[in-house]
Design a protein around this ligand. Sequence first.
Ligand SMILES: O=C(O)C(=O)C[C@]1(C(=O)O)C=C[C@@H](O)C=C1
Length: 286
Amino acid sequence: MKIGYLGPEASFTHHAVKSIFNNEEYIAFPTIPDCLEALAENKVERAVVPLENALEGSVPITIDYLFHDVDLHITAELISPIEQHLMVHPDNAARFQDVKKIMSHSHALAQCHKYLYYRFRGVTLEPSTSTSAAAKYTSEHPEENIAAIGNALAADTYGLTVVEKNIHDFHFNHTRFVVLTSEKESELLPFERDAEKSTLMITLPSDDRAGALHQVLSAFSWRQLSLSKIESRPLKTGLGNYFFIIDVEKPVGGVLMQGAIEELEALGCTVKVLGSYKKHLLEPAK
Ligand SMILES: O=C(O)C(=O)C[C@]1(C(=O)O)C=C[C@@H](O)C=C1
């Protein structure tokens, strides 16, 4: 089976992929849209992308792509502890305090905001497509005296020296990744069975009536369906127009969930079920 992921090698997403899939063909893509498009075009059978980080919140490009651009389904959630380290080319290890630029994925830079502010104020922070892309670039450009932020696996893979460990600002740093498939009824792998939660994308009725979101929440609340996330994202049709991403701690198969979805549709909402899936807690990338 071909598994697409946000690469290159040794990204946190790559670690998540290797933690759950056994002996499959892993294919790195440079960006999240590349990865999702490859799945939509059936060039791979699964794609794994980051969805949300405990410190920095959602990965908007993933959510927006899943809503606006592709019709894909979540089959599993992978939750990984995230440990960010500062790494440099070994030639620059002795003078890392003088780095000219620090590169990483925007979420990783944000997770280390205080560290960077107090230790490297004024140094250029450059977003890269992933933490491993930053590590790779740093290894290929020793003459630039730059640093990357990423995991221990990236330091190892690209021959970099870790000069400061665990530089993320808050201890509880976890990222949720999702495994996606292009076919709603695709054959599930063992770790994709026994769904325990669901993600729905809900658009409110177009008449914009007062209390519409309250009605949506009521449909879950009186059925005692517990929500673990609600977030709005712009519909991109005008200011004030949003869709809602709602995670419910129940799979869609049961009578209560079916009832809630039918009630929402009867109220004039559009409901897209992104998937019902199981959660897996991974070990950190070492
Ligand atoms: O850049 C990587 O290594 C990724 O896998 C992406 C990503 C993210 O988008 O949040 C994943 C985990 C970390 O939170 C930082 C970056």
